[in-house]
Write a protein that binds this ligand. Structure first.
Ligand code: ATP
Ligand code: SF4
Ligand code: MG
Length: 335
C-alpha cells in the first residue's frame, strides 16, 4: 500500500443555520482523523444520516454554507505537494477537480444531461479539461467504453434510453476517463438491483486497479464494502467509531455498533434472518452526551453517558472508540 494521499486531523464540519434568530448546529462530522493511502479502496460505512456524504464533501473540498469546517484539517499529498484542502481557492479547486480528483455523487444517475447524447456529454467534458479535437475525444470515449465492456450503441443514446445500471456505468466512465488519482464515489450502487450492483462493483474495481487510483467509497451497504474495500471506516452519528482492514472488520469487529452492522449482513447461504439494529440514530443538532451510541448500546455503562470514548489501537491497523473495549484491553495480560 502506498503513502498517505489524503489525511484529516480532528476534522469537525457542522451545518450552521439561522432561523428566526435561533442558531442550529448539526454536528455532522465530529473530530474525525483518518489517513487514506495512495492506491487503496477506503470504504466509509454507517447508517443513513451518520455523516458519510458530509465527510466526503469536505474531503473533496466541495462544500458551502451552511456546511462549515469549524476545526481540524484536510490535507492532500499529490505529486510531492502538500495541499491544504480546507482553504482551496476556486482556481485551485478547478485545477484539481477531474485531473486529480473525480466525484461520483450520490444519486449520480441523474447527473447526465438529459438532452445531450452520451457522446456529446463526453466530448463536452473532455474538451473542458483537455485540448482535444472532437475526433480525438470520440476516439478516447469509444475506446474507454469498449475497454470497460460498455456497448458501442451507448455513445449515440440519450440517458433516458439507458437502463439505470447502464446510466450508472456511463457516469462512472465519465468521472474516470481522465484517470484521476483520487476517485470519490457516494453510494454508487444504491437503487440498483443486486445483479446490476455486481456489474457496477466489478467496473469500479477494474477502473481503480487499472491506474492504481485511490477509491474512497461510501455506502451504507456493508456487503458492497466487503466486496470492494481494502479498509473500512465505520461512522456513527458523525463520529468515527472503528477502522480496520476489511477482513478484520468483518471477522473481528470490536465496536458494538460495528457488530450490529456485521450481524445485519445476510449469511452466505442466505438462510439466516437479517437482524436490524434496535432504535434509531440520534439527531445531530442535539447529539447524546458521552458516547453517541449509548442510547442503543446493550453494553452501555455509566461512563458511556458522560465521557466520549477516545480512539484506541486494538490491533494491527485496527482502531476503535469504546470504553468497554478499552477496559477489556487493559485487563488482557501483557505478553
Ligand atoms: N444542508 C443541511 N443542513 C442541515 N443539516 C444537514 C444538511 N445536510 C445534511 N444535514 C444533516 O447532516 C447529517 C449527516 O448527513 P449526511 O447526508 O452526511 O449523511 P449520510 O450518512 O450521507 O446519509 P445517507 O446514507 O442518507 O446518504 C444528517 O443529520 C443530516 O440531516
Ligand atoms: S462506549 Fe459504551 S455506549 Fe459506546 S459503544 Fe462502547 S460500551 Fe457502548
Ligand atoms: Mg449520503
Amino acid at each position: 500500500m502506498g503513502q498517505p494521499i489524503i489525511q484529516t486531523e480532528n476534522l469537525k464540519a457542522y451545518y450552521i443555520t439561522q432561523a428566526y434568530g435561533v442558531e442550529r448546529t448539526v454536528q455532522a462530522v465530529d473530530d474525525i482523523s483518518i489517513s487514506i493511502n495512495a492506491g487503496e479502496v477506503y470504504g466509509i460505512a454507517g447508517e443513513s444520516g451518520c455523516g458519510k456524504s458530509t465527510l466526503l464533501k469536505v474531503l473533496l473540498g466541495s462544500y458551502e454554507p451552511p456546511l462549515t469546517v469549524v476545526d481540524g484539517s484536510v490535507t492532500y499529498h499529490l505529486d510531492d505537494q502538500t495541499i491544504d484542502a480546507v482553504n482551496l481557492t476556486p482556481e485551485e479547486k478547478r485545477s484539481l477537480r477531474w485531473k486529480d480528483i473525480s466525484y461520483i455523487p450520490q444519486g449520480s444517475m441523474h447527473v447526465l444531461n438529459p438532452v445531450r447524447k452520451i457522446r456529446d456529454t463526453f466530448h463536452d467534458f473532455i474538451s473542458a479539461h483537455r485540448n482535444v479535437t472532437r475526433k480525438e475525444s470520440m476516439k478516447m470515449t469509444s475506446s474507454y467504453l469498449r475497454d470497460l465492456g460498455l456497448p458501442d450503441k451507448v455513445m449515440g443514446s440519450y440517458p433516458h434510453q439507458l437502463s439505470g445500471g447502464m446510466r450508472q456505468r456511463v457516469t462512472i466512465a465519465l468521472a474516470t476517463i481522465l484517470w484521476p488519482k483520487l476517485i470519490f464515489a457516494d453510494e454508487p450502487t444504491t437503487a440498483l438491483d443486486v445483479i446490476v450492483q455486481r456489474g457496477v462493483i466489478q467496473m469500479l474495481k477494474e477502473v481503480q486497479q487499472r491506474e492504481g487510483s485511490t477509491l474512497i467509497l461510501i455506502t451504507h451497504d456493508i456487503g458492497v464494502h466487503a466486496n470492494l474495500a481494502d479498509r473500512i471506516a465505520v461512522l456513527y452519528a458523525g463520529k468515527l467509531v472503528e477502522e480496520a482492514p476489511t477482513r478484520t472488520i468483518i471477522n473481528e469487529p470490536k465496536h458494538p455498533y460495528t457488530k450490529f452492522l456485521i450481524e445485519s449482513l445476510p449469511s452466505l447461504d442466505g438462510r439466516e434472518e437479517r437482524s436490524s439494529i434496535p432504535g434509531r440514530p440520534p439527531a445531530l443538532d442535539h447529539p447524546p452526551s458521552g458516547c453517541r451510541f449509548h442510547e442503543r448500546c446493550p453494553l452501555a455503562k455509566d461512563i458511556c453517558l458522560t465521557i466520549d470514548p477516545e480512539m484506541i489501537s486494538v490491533g494491527p491497523n485496527h482502531r476503535t472508540a469504546c470504553h468497554v473495549v478499552a477496559e477489556e484491553l487493559s485487563h488482557e495480560p501483557a505478553i
